[in-house]
Design a protein around this ligand. Structure first.
Ligand code: SF4
Ligand code: SF4
Length: 472
């Protein structure tokens, strides 16, 4: 029985409700009156229900698609402006006791090198990331209570925050580790993490159990209810995601939004972010073995429909995607991207590990961070290394109220410009610096509040003189 307020996975992601939503969307996808009603609601920028968003995704009328894309761009502009937040993944350990059939770190893969970084190696990796200019990391580990216990993760977070190389610092550590207990989530919260990220992989229970034949991850309910435990453990910001390609995309899309609705209904705050990964080649994984893969066009439509459905949620795309797909997705709603990622353990400073033999997936966008930053600016975006909300304690609903009160131009935008200026001073190539300084000058005029504009102007000078870490 579908109940968004239930704490049972099978009730808040009720299989029949997903099927009924898809059937309803199919029945109405040519019903212009219903589609107009949903588009009209979407124009209020307050979001859509999973059924309404599923209707837009099902509708293949080119005129309606055009309106969806325009709306997605409009909403993105309203809530995020032209800022794009940058981050990098950091793989700590690829030991794993699970049998996920789409991931090369699965337990049965006996030839992949297993690596767990020591604290010294982590410090070296973080130094390499700081030297590129990164300020925000997402740490990743496989699930292995013996080789990679929670104590190891906590110690690693401490190490990451402690490294300060030249003007570098990691100011926000997001964590992507296996579903765990409330007690462990509390420990992660106390360690000062930003977002807790856990991909659902697929919401389709039967497929989920087949794709996760062995290991603790086989337990669908335990995995699906992890975000509730994380929030019970005090973590305000959680990040959802499915691995597109495993199941039918329309099923995943509806269920993903049901999960977001569930978090809002129970905890009063929706997901902080949603990631959009597609299955990719890696070691012993052939993406063609999964017959639900989606085209670039469908992928972009999913992103646009999600932008319209959950306007306040950050949306993330990684270097799994090519520069071309990333450029399209950025227009349609993506607000965060990774740059210069290494998806193997120890890949940032150990050249032997930069090959793909121990990577979790192949990277499509292989550009340096400097190239990505320059590319973003030439596309008209403002790259941002801002972590201010987390550091000012503006998480969960406090972050949402900032977003909902339209203070982006007086808060996020100035923070983006100040952190970009830091990047330009410390890490940029001469060409990127030139493009960036010009961009900052023109973007300064967009700050509506005079006092804030003066505050930023003063700080930009201080940054060029060597001071760091200003924020609103
Ligand atoms: S997806 Fe995660 S849990 Fe599954 S095998 Fe890979 S690392 Fe392990
Ligand atoms: S001010 Fe807060 S919401 Fe805005 S970009 Fe910075 S961290 Fe994000």
């Amino acid at each position: 029985m579908y109940d968004p307020k239930s704490l049972k996975a099978e009730e808040f992601i009720d299989h029949q409700e997903v099927l009924d939503s898809l059937a309803w969307a199919d029945a109405h996808k040519n019903d212009s009156k219903e589609i107009d009603r949903v588009l009209e609601k979407a124009r209020l920028h307050k979001g859509l229900s999973h059924r309404e968003a599923s209707l837009l995704l099902a509708c293949d009328d080119p005129g309606v698609e055009k309106q969806i894309f325009e709306l997605a761009k409009e909403i993105k502009q309203a809530y995020y402006g032209n800022r794009i937040v940058l981050f990098a993944p950091l793989y700590l350990s690829n030991y794993c006791v699970n049998g996920c059939v789409y991931c090369p770190y699965h337990y049965n893969n006996k030839h992949i090198p297993r690596v767990k970084l020591t604290q010294e190696q982590i410090a070296r990796e973080v130094t390499a990331l700081q030297d590129m200019g990164h300020k925000r990391l997402a740490i990743e580990t496989g699930e292995d209570p013996v080789n990679c216990p929670i104590e190891y993760v906590l110690e690693s977070i401490k190490t990451i925050y402690s490294v300060k190389h030249r003007n570098g610092a990691i100011r926000r550590v997001n964590v992507n580790i296996a579903a765990t207990t409330v007690e462990n989530y509390r420990k992660l919260k106390d360690a000062g993490i930003g977002t807790y990220i856990l991909f659902q992989e697929t919401y389709h229970k039967e497929s989920y159990e087949q794709l996760h034949p062995t290991g603790p991850k086989h337990n669908y309910a335990y995995h699906t209810e992890a975000m509730d435990r994380a929030m019970d453990g005090g973590i305000d910001d959680v990040g959802l995601g499915v691995l597109f390609g495993l199941e039918l995309y329309r099923y995943e899309f509806a269920a993903l939004l049901m999960h977001a609705e569930h978090l809002e209904a129970v905890h009063g705050v929706g997901p902080h972010t949603i990631s959009f990964p597609r299955i990719k080649h890696a070691d012993d994984i052939d993406p063609n073995a999964f017959d639900n893969s989606i085209s670039d066009d469908i992928f972009c439509k999913i992103i646009a429909c999600a932008r319209v459905a959950v306007p306040y949620t950050g949306m993330i795309i990684s270097t799994r995607e090519s520069a071309d797909v990333r450029a399209r997705a950025l227009e349609l709603g993506i607000s965060q991207i990774s740059g210069a990622s290494r998806t193997s353990v120890g890949g940032y400073c150990d050249p032997e590990r930069t090959d793909e033999s121990s990577a979790q997936f192949d990277v499509s966008d292989r550009r340096t961070l400097d190239e990505v930053i320059c590319w973003l600016m030439k596309l008209g975006f403002v790259p941002s290394f801002c972590t201010a909300c987390y550091r000012e304690g503006r998480t969960g609903d406090r972050f949402m109220s900032l977003c909902k009160s339209n203070q982006i131009l007086n808060c996020c935008h100035p923070n983006a410009l100040m952190t970009l200026k830091e990047y330009l001073e410390d890490y940029a190539s001469p060409v990127t610096k030139l493009v960036g300084d010009k961009l900052i000058t023109s973007e300064m005029t967009k700050i509506p509040n005079e006092k804030i504009r003066a505050f930023v102007e003063k700080n930009l000078v201080k940054i060029s003189e060597g001071e760091r870490d200003f924020r609103i």
